[in-house]
Design a protein around this ligand. Structure first.
Ligand code: F6P
Length: 320
């Protein structure tokens, strides 16, 4: 192996830059040359590459976003797009590809390997934390802390006005962000896709609290909850109980910002590990961290298995 390429794909997450940095520096340290592909798989298809030196990744470990840019690439879902990507990689003598992203990005990487034998290694990076095979994904810790800080601020105004707030957090179809933010902010209820949502029970709980003089209440709603989005839930709660509320959707603020120490360190470990996996011929695989140990899994395991929520967190959320 003499040359590798690296890309970031799908929704950005804080720590992607730290991972690019580790990948580039470890590859250079192993005597490889490195190309960065721009805008994820779009860059592979359009032959948009840039040579990466050690100084190109200086001063980025603390930056959110991704210096390589990212995209969701409909063209890469088509066999024709993947064939062009493989041809461009071959023409540039790329021997292996590091894909930093989520499960959609890993499926694309897997197709590239299966159809064109391009060695691929995936690094899990998404704020949603919904990738099996790594206790945490790059960006999740930062996103949770960003959301937590915002909810703490909303708690102040909720308390001042004796109000009910319904706050929607991201997570796609997973409740990891909602659950930890709910526990961390002492939310009165957390609504997540993994558990059945009973809005009548939520109303009863809040009304009981109000009767006992607890007049500020916070509900955290994961965007994928089956009861609907935060505005729909607010309307349903009003219809069921007459409770009025204010709604805040935290949205993309959760994707930005400087990564936490935990995300920078995880990104550094996994960027390093991705290069090692390529050098060892371990493709197609995903690198992750389980119980503080860096691990490798067959790439497809990352989406054929579903990552479970910690039952203890569910108990804490329901009972504290
Ligand atoms: O996967 C990360 C994520 O932020 C999800 O939480 C959210 O559902 C989605 O991406 C939003 O995607 P986009 O930025 O393309 O609207």
């Amino acid at each position: 192996m003499e040359r590798i390429a690296v890309l970031t794909s799908g929704g950005d997450s804080p720590g992607m830059n730290a991972c690019i940095r580790a990948t580039v520096r470890r590859a250079l340290g192993r005597g490889l040359s490195v190309l960065g592909a721009k805008k994820g798989y779009e860059g592979l298809i359009d032959d948009e590459f840039t040579a990466m030196s050690s100084s190109d990744v200086s001063n980025i470990i603390q930056r959110g976003g991704t210096i390589l840019h990212t995209a969701r690439s409909p063209r890469f879902l088509e066999a024709e797009g993947r064939a062009r990507a493989a041809e461009n990689l071959r023409n540039r003598s790329v021997d292996g590809l590091v894909v930093i992203g989520g499960d959609g990005s890993f499926r694309g990487a897997s197709d590239l390997f299966n159809e064109h034998s391009i060695p691929v290694v995936g690094v899990p990076a998404t704020i949603d934390n919904d990738i099996w095979g790594s206790d945490l994904t790059i960006g999740y810790d930062t996103a949770v802390n960003t959301a937590l800080e915002a909810v703490d601020k909303i708690r102040d105004t909720a308390a001042a006005h004796d109000r009910l707030f319904i706050i929607e957090v991201m997570g796609r179809s997973a409740g990891f962000i909602a659950l930890e933010v709910g526990i961390g902010t002492g939310a009165e209820a957390v609504l997540i896709p993994e558990t059945r949502t009973d809005l009548q029970a939520v109303c009863d709980k809040i009304q009981g609290r109000i009767r006992r003089g607890r007049t500020s209440n916070i509900l955290i709603v994961a965007e994928g909850d089956e009861a609907g989005n935060a505005f729909e839930i607010a309307a349903k709660i009003f219809d069921l109980s007459g409770l009025k509320s204010r709604v805040t959707v935290l949205g993309h603020v959760q994707r930005g910002g400087s990564p936490t120490t935990a995300d920078r360190v995880l990104a550094s470990k996994l960027g390093w590990a991705a290069v090692e996996a390529l050098m060892d011929g371990a493709w197609p695989c995903m690198v992750g961290e389980v119980d503080n140990t860096v691990v490798r899994h067959p790439l497809a395991d990352s989406w054929t298995n579903r990552k479970a929520l910690d039952p203890l967190l569910l108990t804490l959320s329901d009972n504290l």
